[in-house]
Design a protein around this ligand. Structure first.
Ligand code: SF4
Ligand code: SF4
Length: 651
């Protein structure tokens, strides 16, 4: 178990610039998959009066919790980024694992796990990093280019009391005018980035919010929250609808009878409690008028995940939330039905089972943004967003369209239709009813789980398929190019107060690369375990590196490591704790535990011993632990340009 911990702006910048210069990647995301647009194509959309370079983004969730996640989603092509939901209860204890996406998706995670002030800091750091990437033209695109047009959409939850509390009010005021906080962050920049200390950064991080309410939140409370957000904060508001708005019978029929997910158990009580369709329509019509009177706008998001019974023993607790293919069909139906009751101009944003196979149809339905989550947690991770845009480009080429509105209108295939909103409705009339018949969304096509092999993970060596690296939303897993090793070493034994050689062994690394984990970026969500072909979970079995002593001491378990400074690695192997320091002046290593200090030269010859306690004759020193420490120490030190090394060494 570990706890999420964000790092400071300067360290992020150092990591990004160092890694990009040397390896042409950022947090392991490869340069050749950075979305830079397509020649002659305009993917931009207007979102509540502001322009975004694309209409895609990560949904409020695991991809928008930490600064590095937001940067990664930007690289993949996201430009309307729904920040992870903040709320008054900012010290949640969420059972782990909390994500399981073997085919369809299940989760039990919900709002930000960070405290309110830490969430704000992560969002502001991401905002500033993206501005500095633009300023430095790191990606080779001129500053001021529309490429940089991005929108952060705040997400708040979950009831009126919490949302109107002084803490959340204060938080919202700060994110809407973050000048002071931004100046403090810029002032903290070290010499290397000092030329950005007076950078002009837009202090208005957001002008919209997507509202998430708790299950069973009454319509009048939702309405009051929206009015509060408009009145008190001047925000445009999107209300996230639950798929339960379709009613139990409709969902039961689609999920069980039409799509064949008979093993997924619905919870009738959740439908009884939640907002009803007619209530929702009436509420949004009233809110449209209210918003217009304040010169603001409202919209609806389809949809939240679907609450179902936890009948598969995946997580703790009685409920879990369904996402993926079946939710796509339900949410598209909910969207279409709802918009049909509103006007074609009613703003719709979307999230549910988006993949590269349905992104084009989602765009044709004129929804903004189209957000993704579950799909980005599967093999390839953020790169999948880039693939959506690639697919969209191909389809726009076929249709000979150069911008999104034109593409939506042409797709309606009706010469009388000239406006994008009406075209979106016409496209949905054609696309949505067919979804239920598309085998892609049926249980039969969504049964297969990621393959496992008959092997358990251990500290070093695995089949190094690297799947665990991109599936992690937090850039927590990484690869260290250590190289293969095979050498003989000898353990030592105490005899008459001296150390004498005892048993001989081999230290063997069969693979060129080793996998490790940044424990402070890992919230034990479990996603990488699902995609790792071996058993055990990379985030549990692989070396876990911490950024700070407090977290190391608390969560080190039997494979935690921490660089106390750039020449000293502390670590816990099994039940033993050690420290390994490199003494540069003597070109030797000092290896200590509570009983001894051993000094070894560069060729692993024992050159000196100091006893710190009385040690019984016959006591053995397992030198394998020394070689584990040295391997990790040198692995990080010799690869200073990979981002984890920059974060860990911070020199
Ligand atoms: S390392 Fe694995 S468990 Fe940890 S956050 Fe990443 S995906 Fe989740
Ligand atoms: S830990 Fe698992 S997923 Fe990661 S590289 Fe090794 S075998 Fe592949």
């Amino acid at each position: 178990m570990s706890e999420l911990f964000g790092i400071d702006l300067a360290t992020h910048l150092k990591a990004i610039f160092t890694e990009f210069k040397k390896h042409k990647s950022i947090y392991s995301y490869p340069d050749n998959k950075i979305f830079r647009g397509f020649p002659g194509k305009d993917f931009s959309v207007i979102f509540f009066g502001r322009k975004a370079f694309t209409s895609l983004g990560p949904a409020a969730g695991p991809h928008t919790q930490m600064a590095q996640n937001i940067v990664l989603s930007f690289l993949a092509g996201s430009r309307i980024i729904e920040l992870k939901t903040i709320q008054i209860l900012d010290e949640l204890k969420i059972p782990r694992p909390c994500i399981n996406i073997p085919n369809v998706g299940y989760n039990i995670e919900w709002s930000q796990e960070l405290k309110l002030e830490d969430s704000l800091r992560e969002y502001l750091i991401a905002w500033i990093i993206l501005k500095i990437i633009e300023e430095e033209e790191l990606l080779g695109i001129k500053k001021g280019d529309p490429f940089y047009n991005k929108i952060f959409d705040i997400s708040v939850g979950y009831d009126l009391k919490g949302i109107s509390s002084p803490q959340v009010n204060e938080w919202l005021k700060k994110i809407m005018n973050a000048e002071d906080e931004i100046n403090i962050l810029l002032a903290s920049l070290p010499d290397e980035f000092a030329h950005h200390k007076n950078l002009s950064v837009d202090p208005n991080i957001s002008h919209t919010t997507t509202l998430s309410t708790f299950h069973g939140c009454p319509a009048d409370e939702i309405e009051s929250i929206v009015e509060h957000m408009i009145d008190e904060h001047g925000l445009n508001v999107i209300v996230k609808m639950n798929p339960t708005i379709l009613g139990y019978d409709f969902v039961d029929n689609i999920l069980h009878d039409e799509l064949g997910y008979k093993h997924i158990a619905l919870d009738r009580a959740a439908f009884d409690k939640d907002l009803k369709f007619d209530e929702g329509v009436a509420m949004m019509k009233r809110l449209e008028k209210f918003a217009a009177s304040k010169n603001k706008k409202v919209g609806a998001k389809f949809t939240n995940t679907l609450v179902v019974k936890n009948n598969q023993n995946i997580f703790e607790g009685e409920e879990m939330y369904l996402s993926g293919a079946p939710l796509h069909v339900l949410s598209m139906n909910a969207m279409h039905k709802f918009r049909s009751e509103m006007s074609p101009d009613f703003h719709i944003s979307f999230s549910a089972g988006i993949t590269k196979n349905n992104i084009v149809d989602a765009v044709k339905c004129n929804m903004k943004p189209i957000t993704s989550c579950s799909d980005l947690l599967t093999t390839g991770g953020y790169v999948r967003m880039y693939e959506y845009l690639f697919t969209l480009n191909k389809e726009m080429n076929k249709a000979e369209c150069n911008n999104i509105d034109e593409f939506v209108i042409i797709s309606a295939d009706d010469k009388r239709v000239k406006d994008v909103n009406s075209a979106g409705v016409i496209n949905a009339q054609r696309i949505v009813p067919q979804l239920v018949n598309n085998p892609r969304y049926h249980h039969n096509k969504n049964k297969k789980e990621p393959p496992k092999i008959d092997s358990n993970l251990v500290l070093f060596d695995c089949i190094t398929c690297n799947k665990c690296i991109p599936v992690c939303p937090n850039a927590s897993n990484f690869s260290i190019p250590i190289g293969k090793k095979n050498f003989e070493f000898v353990d030592y034994q105490f005899s008459n107060g001296k150390l004498i050689p005892s048993t001989h062994h081999h230290f063997v690394l069969d693979y060129e690369h080793q996998i490790a984990n940044l424990a402070d970026f890992c919230n034990d969500c479990g996603d990488c375990d699902t995609y790792c072909p071996e058993f055990g979970g990379p985030f549990i079995e692989k070396p876990r590196f911490f950024f700070n002593e407090k977290n190391y001491s608390k969560y080190k378990n039997d494979n935690g490591f921490y660089f106390t400074d750039s020449s000293t690695l502390r670590g816990c192997i099994g039940k033993s704790e050690y420290e390994l320091s490199y003494i540069e002046s003597d070109n030797k290593f000092k290896w200590t535990n509570k009983n001894f200090e051993l000094f070894l030269d560069d060729n692993n010859n024992l050159v000196d011993v100091k006893l710190l306690n009385d040690i019984d004759d016959g006591t053995k020193i397992d030198m394998k632990d020394y070689y584990i420490m040295k391997t990790l120490f040198l692995g990080i030190k010799n690869n200073k340009e990979i981002y984890p090394a920059v974060l860990l060494l911070n020199d």
